[in-house]
Design a protein around this ligand. Structure first.
Ligand SMILES: [Zn+2]
Length: 574
């Protein structure tokens, strides 16, 4: 999968696109007017949200470096704090990040990844490591540091405070040699010493009996460790080289947990990132009992849909006692008549009474409605496929290359907090006209939006339900830098750096046919990813399904997830 063809996007993450519902038979009860729009066959173009890969590059990954956007050190910026997902949690995490050197811009992105996860457990404060105030570690319950700039000048008192602290410290990748060098007794105390960077091709990390994936394209290396006293240092996870030999991926000694990798790079659904997400429980909620829940979302329901297939899925889920969410797009726009022989089409929810009746049925039988955009496209231009609802991006400019790779260009022209909010408000008006209570959960079309989009959603919705994009500047209080994008999926609910609760979708979706750069994805793939997710001791996995596909795919997925021990949860329970 090579999807890095852009000249400006250095950190690319790709969610495949969502396919708009619509193929299928017209059934009794559908009005003639609905019938005219009932045969949308754009399954091949809208592959939205999540199918497969998230790529976040690592420091030193020059192969992926585009011209004209040379990374650099960044100002340290202010301190940013945020409250937790559950305001009753007393846990407070300090996250420190690197800012210096050629790859200084990456540190803030990795810190966002860390604090997004830490928000599940409590509140957090993020700041540049160089601005650490002596003694402040003692005022936090735990600390996370992702070393991403080689030889970042860490304050000596930070090292001293860590060596003296009994609070959990989670340290990843670079600069742990500074900690070891600070104390002449480090090796004797902790039972291990830092080794050298191992640049072997490592595509597997074994954790808690599960083989997790690590991208073989990751050229950043893993920092080796020499364990000198196994009574003090415990190996938590092993990285496996292509030749079958192993080296520690994560070790713990006392309050210090060390991960020899940046767990956010090249993230996928089955990734060793899940191990890191689980390690946070040891630091922040060690008594958490084992529990495995999954949330399902039906996707891309819009006013062009044949309600019969949706109704059939809803009745199956009701019979199974499965609560679920369903994403609804308020308006259907095909401004160029792409699917209508050149004649533009435009439908609102209130023009589709049979569909609204199905939505009412779902709301009464375990379904929770999610707003999945106002139109899920951009009227002014192809973005990136057809200009049609369900196919295209609504809140971010995306273009397609001749080889079908995508460029995440940046905000759309005219992007602003108010313009993004107006589209959400317009959608709410459409729901009201259809006599539907507007959803309190939002899902960005194709999981892509500007900072203004996320901030507009934060003031209008109780939660988002998706994977999300983050940009340098958010923690440092600077204008967002759209030449870098950090993508993240979540294996449990969080409150992310935009200040919104985010429900998980981390398993992907059913796609029977490959589409350009996006591979096919079947129930077995969803179930396989869910098996990896079992390493997260109190995880919430999430996936989604398009109603126009054969319902047997959904049934097979449900059966597979249940056989792994998952129980279905409503988004209202999260
Ligand atoms: Zn969609």
């Amino acid at each position: 999968m090579s999807m890095i063809r852009t000249t400006s996007l250095l950190v690319v993450f790709t969610f495949a696109a969502t396919v708009g519902c619509g193929e299928g038979d017209i059934t009794e009860g559908v009005t003639a007017r609905e019938e005219s729009a009932g045969h949308r066959a754009h399954a091949s173009t809208d592959r939205a949200s999540a199918s497969s890969l998230i790529w976040n590059i690592g420091p030193g990954d020059r192969r992926l470096k585009g011209p004209g956007a040379a990374p650099a050190a960044v100002p340290a910026g202010p301190v940013l704090s945020a409250s937790d997902l559950v305001n009753t949690s007393p846990m407070n995490t300090l996250a420190l990040y690197d800012t210096t050197g050629e790859w200084g811009v990456l540190g803030e992105l990795y810190a966002m990844g860390a604090v997004n996860l830490a928000s599940h457990f409590g509140s957090w404060t993020a700041k540049a490591a160089t601005t650490y105030t002596c003694g402040e570690l003692a005022t936090y319950d735990a600390m996370i540091y992702i070393g991403s700039s080689y030889d970042e000048p860490l304050p000596a008192c930070l090292l001293d405070d860590i060596l003296a602290s009994s609070h959990p410290v989670l340290w990843a990748f670079y600069n742990v040699w500074q900690l070891a060098n600070r104390s002449p007794t480090f090796g004797a105390t902790y039972g291990w010493t830092p080794g050298v960077l191992d640049f072997s091709s490592i595509a597997e990390v074994d954790y808690k009996g599960h083989a997790l994936a690590r991208s073989a394209a990751n050229g950043g290396g893993i920092l080796g460790t020499n364990i000198t006293d196994t009574t003090k240092a415990t190996v938590l996870a092993l990285a496996k080289r292509a030749d079958g030999t192993t080296l520690p991926w994560a070790i713990r000694s006392g309050n210090l947990t060390y991960v020899g990798d940046i767990p956010f790079t090249y993230m996928t659904e089955e990734d060793r990132y899940l191990a890191f997400a689980d390690l946070l429980f040891d630091a922040l909620a060690p008594t958490t009992p084992e529990r495995h829940r999954v949330v399902l979302r039906l996707e891309d329901i819009n006013p062009s849909d044949d309600p019969a297939q949706i109704q059939a899925v809803a009745e199956y889920l009701d019979a199974q006692g499965i609560p679920y969410g369903f994403g609804v797009i308020a308006e259907y726009h095909d401004p160029a008549g792409y699917y209508n022989d050149g004649t533009p089409e435009h439908f609102r929810l209130d023009q589709r009474p049979a569909l609204v009746a199905t939505i009412q049925y779902m709301l009464g039988h375990g379904g929770v409605m999610v707003m999945h955009g106002f139109t899920h496209q951009w009227d002014k231009d192809i973005n990136p496929y057809t200009r049609v609802t369900g196919d295209d991006d609504e809140f971010f400019r995306v273009t397609e290359n001749l080889d079908h790779t995508l460029n995440y260009v940046g905000p759309l022209p005219g992007d602003s907090l108010s313009s993004a909010g107006k589209r959400m408000d317009n959608a709410k008006t459409d729901f009201a006209h259809a006599h539907l209570v507007a959803p309190t959960i939002f899902e960005l079309p194709h999981y892509a939006g500007s900072v203004n989009t996320y901030r507009a959603a934060a003031t209008r919705f109780a939660a988002r339900w998706e994977r999300a994009l983050y940009f340098p500047g958010l923690l440092r209080g600077a204008a967002p830098n759209y030449t870098w994008i950090f993508g993240q999926l979540f294996p449990y609910p969080v409150r992310d750096v935009y200040g919104t609760r985010v429900f998980p979708e981390d398993l992907g979706n059913i796609e029977p046919e490959p589409f350009h750069i996006f591979p096919a994805r079947f129930p077995a793939d969803i179930v396989n990813a869910a098996e990896k997710n079992l390493v997260v001791r109190d995880g919430v996995a999430g996936f989604y399904f398009h109603c126009f596909f054969d319902i047997q795919y959904l049934k097979d997925t449900v059966d597979g997830l249940r056989s792994l021990g998952y129980t279905f949860a409503s988004p209202n329970e999260l």
